[in-house]
Design a binder for this molecule. Structure first.
Ligand code: HMG
Ligand code: MG
Length: 301
C-alpha cells in the first residue's frame, strides 16, 4: 500500500454539474486554480455536452482556456460525441473523457442512446483523438448498480471496459454512479475488469451516497488499483441518477491515504480552503467529514 496513488479531482465537473446554483466561469476558474494550488495534478474542468441537458457546464471552453497555462497538470473534459470533440479541440483540450454506461436504461437517460450506439459515437472521437495526439479516458457508469435496473453484473462492465480499452482509452474509470457498492462487490468488480484491462489502467470513481466509498476504495486498493477519482468537499451527483449524492470527498481520501503513509502531495489546508469557497458559492456546507472536522477545529481556536 506504500506506493503512489493518483487522484483525479472531479469537483469542477462532476461536483458542479448537478448543483441548483450555477457557478460562474470566473468562479470555476478560481476553483480549479485553488485545487491546483493545493497540489492536485489532475483536475477535470468541465464538459462539452448539451447546454439543455447540463446548463451548469456552459462555459467549459472558457474555463479550460482560463487554466490551460498549467501545462504540468492534466485538465480533462467530458466529450459525448464528435460535436463535443470539436468544441473541446477549439478550446485546446489535450485530454478528454468519453462516458458510457454498464446498464442500458442509464445510458438512455444520460446520453439518450443505447450502449452500442454510444460506442459508435465514441469511435470517430477516439480515431480523431489518436490522430490529433489527444489522450482519451473512458468512464463507465452504473458499475455497481443502476438507478433504473438495480443490480449490474460485473460481466456487463467487463464487456464495455474491453471495448473502450480496445478503442484506445488509456484508462478506464469505473463509476459507482449511485454509490450503492460495498467493499467485496467493489473488489470482485475490479478483479473481473482487471482480467481484461491492466489494473494499473483502472480508476475508481465512487460516489458516496450510502457512505461506502472510502471502504470501497480501500478494498480496491487492496486489489492493486491506484487511481482514485474524488471531488473536493464531497461535491457531486448526476442529474440522471435520482437520489445519488456526491463523489467521495478529496479531503477524506487524502486524509486516509496520508494516514496510511501514502504521500499525496496535497496540502490539506489549501484544499479545505478551496472547498469552503465553493461551498459558499453553492450555499451549503461541505459533505466531507474531514473538511467539517477541520473547519470545526479552526472555528474552536
Ligand atoms: P441527443 O439528444 O441524443 O443528441 O443528446 P442530438 O445530437 O440529437 O442533439 C440534441 C441537442 O443537443 C441538439 O440541440 C444538439 O445541437 C445538442 P438542439 O437542436 O436541441 O438545440 N448537442 C450538443 N450541444 C453541445 N455539445 C454537444 C452536443 N451534442 C448535441 N456535444 C447528448 C446526446 C449526449 C448530447 C446529450 O444527451 C447530453 O449532453 N447529455 C448530457 C450527459 C451528461 O453530461 N451527463 C453527466 C455527465 S456523466 C456522469 O456524471 C457520470 C460520471 O461522473 C461517472 C459516474 O459517476 O458514473 C462520468
Ligand atoms: Mg460521477
Amino acid at each position: 500500500m506504500s506506493d503512489r496513488v493518483h487522484i483525479v479531482e472531479v469537483g469542477p465537473r462532476d461536483g458542479l454539474q448537478n448543483e441548483k446554483t450555477a457557478v460562474s466561469v470566473a468562479d470555476r476558474i478560481a476553483f480549479v486554480e485553488a485545487l491546483i494550488g493545493a497540489g492536485l495534478t489532475s483536475v477535470e474542468v468541465g464538459a462539452f455536452v448539451s447546454p439543455k441537458a447540463i446548463p451548469q457546464m456552459v462555459g467549459s471552453a472558457e474555463v479550460l482556456r482560463g487554466v490551460s497555462h498549467h501545462t504540468n497538470c492534466e485538465l480533462p473534459v467530458l466529450v459525448p460525441n464528435e460535436r463535443g470533440y470539436e468544441a473541446s479541440q477549439a478550446a485546446g483540450a489535450k485530454l478528454i473523457a468519453v462516458f458510457a454506461a454498464a446498464s442500458e436504461s442509464f445510458s438512455r437517460a444520460n446520453i439518450n442512446c443505447s450502449i452500442a450506439e454510444s460506442i459508435d459515437r465514441f469511435k470517430p472521437v477516439l480515431a480523431r483523438a489518436r490522430a490529433d495526439g489527444v489522450r482519451v479516458r473512458g468512464y463507465i457508469s452504473t458499475v455497481l448498480g443502476c438507478p433504473y435496473e438495480g443490480e449490474v453484473k460485473p460481466q456487463a462492465v467487463v464487456d464495455v471496459a474491453k471495448v473502450l480499452w480496445d478503442l484506445g482509452c488509456y484508462e478506464i474509470s469505473l463509476g459507482d454512479t449511485i454509490g450503492v457498492g460495498t467493499p467485496l462487490k467493489a473488489r470482485h468488480l475490479l478483479r473481473a475488469v482487471a482480467g481484461h484491462v491492466p489494473m494499473a489502467k483502472l480508476a475508481m470513481h465512487f460516489h458516496d451516497t450510502y457512505g461506502q466509498a472510502l471502504a470501497n476504495l480501500y478494498a480496491g486498493m487492496e486489489e492493486g488499483c491506484r487511481v482514485v477519482d474524488s471531488a473536493a468537499g464531497g461535491l457531486g451527483g448526476c442529474p440522471y441518477a435520482p437520489g445519488a449524492t456526491g463523489n467521495v470527498a478529496t479531503e477524506d481520501v487524502v486524509y486516509m491515504l496520508e494516514g496510511m503513509g501514502i504521500v499525496t502531495g496535497v496540502d490539506m489546508a489549501k484544499l479545505v480552503a478551496a472547498t469552503n469557497v465553493v461551498s459558499g458559492l453553492i450555499g451549503r456546507p461541505p459533505v466531507s467529514r474531514v473538511a467539517a472536522a477541520l473547519n470545526a477545529k479552526r472555528a474552536a481556536k
